[in-house]
Ligand binder design. Structure first.
Ligand code: F0G
Length: 373
């Protein structure tokens, strides 16, 4: 098994005296597939572009958080810290709980009451985290956790921890490795805007001249080296749910609301960093309606066999809108990150009414199905 600290040791911060020692805490994060879409582009009216999805739901705890958590928890272990804490809309808590369990650490998570997908809570329970439900939203939980960020007693493993972004930048390396160069556009769902920032760090490091550390790593990576084919950087696109779109509004949202609970965030922690990403990459952040998010999630599952959670579908839904409006031009090469797995929220796909069929009638059922196609 080769986790991120094995694969990218020379591009990640040194952890303790010997990063390899901490590489053993890996759960095999990263190396997720970049899947070219075959059927959906035609069905959803965007066959004029080249579209790939980076399926981050195939990480060990089924979201992109594992890339960052592998590095953040390893760094905490090297600092002899025995407890990690985080605020979370669900995926961060699942990932923190798993990596803390592996490292023999305690894990405390703060989640907004009633707004976290059941599968994500089940993960935190299974990995033995201490779960505190708060009568408030993610932004309230984050405010409470931030107080401990410099305590030295516990490690805050939200994306305000720079190790998180260092781990998450590796997704950009993988995209370049697979495509042979960066795409024209890279689209992500945006909550705190940590992940879009991390991707831009990755693309920027890959494009660096190698003569000096690029300014994104802030001295955190040992060497900024160019990656073959990485000279070009994409335009970065972010998509927020319309009811939870502080970047689009230009102000924090006091009561964010969306079916995509993972990105139900009104006060993004990486607000300023993301503005730099947009300016430097000539990118943009726009909003998508919940109805578009859900329809895209369903179409992707039904037409491509790729099951992502609602928040993840925001990137693809937004790209579809922007291709149709002409903002993304025909012929563009576009990568959409699918941040988390659809199995985290199975209640969105309740079992339809099923007729029971006698075994002997199976042939008739098959026949009828074939005739209906
Ligand atoms: N997609 C999913 C599935 C997420 O869980 C998150 C964030 C995002 C997108 C947005 O990423 O915050 O870096 O812009 N989830 C955090 C959590 C907030 O607590 O799990 P971002």
């Amino acid at each position: 098994m080769r986790g991120l600290l094995h694969r990218y040791a020379d591009r990640l911060p040194q952890i303790g005296a010997d990063s390899k020692q901490y590489a053993a805490l890996s759960l095999g994060e990263g190396s997720t597939p970049l899947i070219p879409l075959l059927n959906l582009p035609q069905a959803m009216g965007v066959a004029n572009i080249n579209l790939w999805v980076k399926y981050e739901g195939l990480n060990p705890t089924a979201s992109f958080k594992d890339r960052g958590m592998a590095i953040a928890v390893a760094a905490a272990a090297a600092d002899n810290i025995s407890c990690v804490i985080c605020a979370s809309t669900g995926n961060t808590s699942a990932s923190a709980a798993a990596y803390a369990a592996r490292a023999g650490m305690a894990c405390l998570v703060l989640i907004p009451q009633g707004k976290v997908a059941l599968g994500k809570i089940a993960q935190a329970v299974a990995h033995n985290a201490v779960i505190v439900q708060i009568d408030g939203n993610f932004d309230d939980a984050m405010r409470a956790v931030r107080v401990y960020s410099d305590s030295g007693k516990v490690a805050v493993v939200n994306s305000i921890n720079p190790m998180r972004l260092q781990g998450q930048k590796t997704a950009a390396f993988e995209v370049i490795e697979t495509l042979g160069s960066a795409p024209d556009y890279h689209a992500l769902p945006v909550g705190n805007a940590g992940n879009i920032t991390a991707h831009w760090i990755g693309y920027s490091e890959a494009a660096s001249s190698g003569t000096a550390a690029c300014h994104y790593c802030q001295g955190n990576c040992t060497t900024c080296q160019p990656i073959a084919g990485g000279e070009k950087r994409p335009q970065m696109l972010g998509y927020q749910a319309a009811g939870s779109a502080p970047f689009v509004n230009g102000n924090p949202v006091a009561n964010p609301d969306t079916v995509a609970t993972a990105i139900r965030i009104g006060n993004p922690q990486s607000y300023e960093a993301a503005q730099v990403v947009l300016a430097e990459s000539n990118g943009w952040i726009s909003a998508v309606e919940d109805s578009d998010i859900l329809q895209t999630q369903r179409q992707l599952a039904a037409l491509e066999g790729v099951f992502c959670e609602p928040a993840s579908a925001a990137s693809l839904a937004g790209v579809i809108n922007d291709v149709k409006s002409g903002r993304i031009p025909a012929g563009a090469r576009v990568v959409c990150t699918l941040t988390g797995h659809g199995l985290k929220e199975p209640d969105l796909f309740p079992l339809p009414a099923l007729a029971s069929t006698a075994v002997g009638d199976l042939a008739a059922v098959i026949e009828q199905h074939l005739n209906n196609r």
